[in-house]
Design a protein around this ligand. Sequence first.
Ligand code: ZN
Ligand code: ZN
Length: 416
Amino acid sequence: MDSLKFLLVILDGVGDRPIPDYGGKTPLEAAFTPHLDALARDGSCGLVDVVEPGMPVGSDIAHLLLFGYDYNRDYPGRGPLEALGIGLAMGQDDIAFRGNFANIDQNMIIIDRRAGRNIPEAKEYIKVINDAIKSLDLGVDVTFKHSTEQRVACLIHGPSLSPRVSSTNPNKNFVPVEECRPLDGSGEARATASIINAITRKIYEVLKDHPLNKSRKERGVPQVNCILFHGPGVMKKIVSLHLKHGIKVAGVTGNGVIRGLCRYLGIDVIPCPGATGTINTNLDAKMDAVEEGLKDHDLVFLHIKATDSSGHDKKPEQKKLFLEDIDRIVGGRILRDIDHSCTTVVITGDHSTPCVVGDHSGDPVPFLMHGPAVIADDVEQFGERACASGYFARFSSRPLMNIILNKLDKLKKFGA
Ligand code: ZN
Ligand code: ZN
């Protein structure tokens, strides 16, 4: 037998609530998922509360918890994860923010907090902004880089900075851009807030009549003349998964923040050009990358994002159809191509994103484990309701890493 392996599949935001059009079934329950159901039938199921029952959580924190890290001690903030995800190296003196391109009017009122989301000129805007910021005498180095759609990362390098500042993004349209404020009495927080406010003003000044915007105006799409900042953070000294547990871990994801989290935790990100983080992602290419990763890693983590986006967009049919794609390609290939004599597979989510809510909720997520040393329970379907009566019952995600390490035979006995 080959060495023991583990495949952890996270379907982002997979959990859901009853949809009236589906007779009260959730999108996962309504979807035709014969492969996932076969894995559930031969495996052990349950329901997972990633934090605690009823508590909604963001994807970045949820994944940090799933990998056994402590939120208070280890979470660096959204900004650093976005920056790492797009290849901006962060030093110990750097602060990173996440930013959104936005469209504002002359009174700084937000017209579109995502500037239409589709911004093919993003890299050109970034160049204009990076050049303009250099002309400000801020006493720090500022670097913007585009991520996906309206998302950007902003890295500020210099002495005496602090991430203890407020967001400028009110998360809604037709209200003013918020001023960045210090969140404590330190000079560092005051200095950082005033840098962000100066950058915000400069970006509007340089972009308000820029030719790039004239062209967008002619095409009838929102102009880009602002960046809204949130998620400030600094790198934290953490122990990598490899050092902590003695296992080699690989990750396959098309999402920038999760890619950043992988790099932060010392997970080898396997390049997968077809992975887009959208419903058009190339699931076959992702499974190719998974199989590649399993050759020389103990644990491979496969992340699939568009289940979550479908929930945010309140599109149950899209979520259901995407879950059927996942079943056919990911479920099918797991059943067919993975060596079940040595590989344990877990399929679960990081939180629920119910289509009726359009955001993350505190509902638990279905969990299934399949593998050589797994006891088959009576659950015959992979779904929220069916999994509730499984072997694992309802549990918090905290022991997940132990469950993984136990199946990899990597845990030492506790006590005599
Ligand atoms: Zn998520
Ligand atoms: Zn989400």
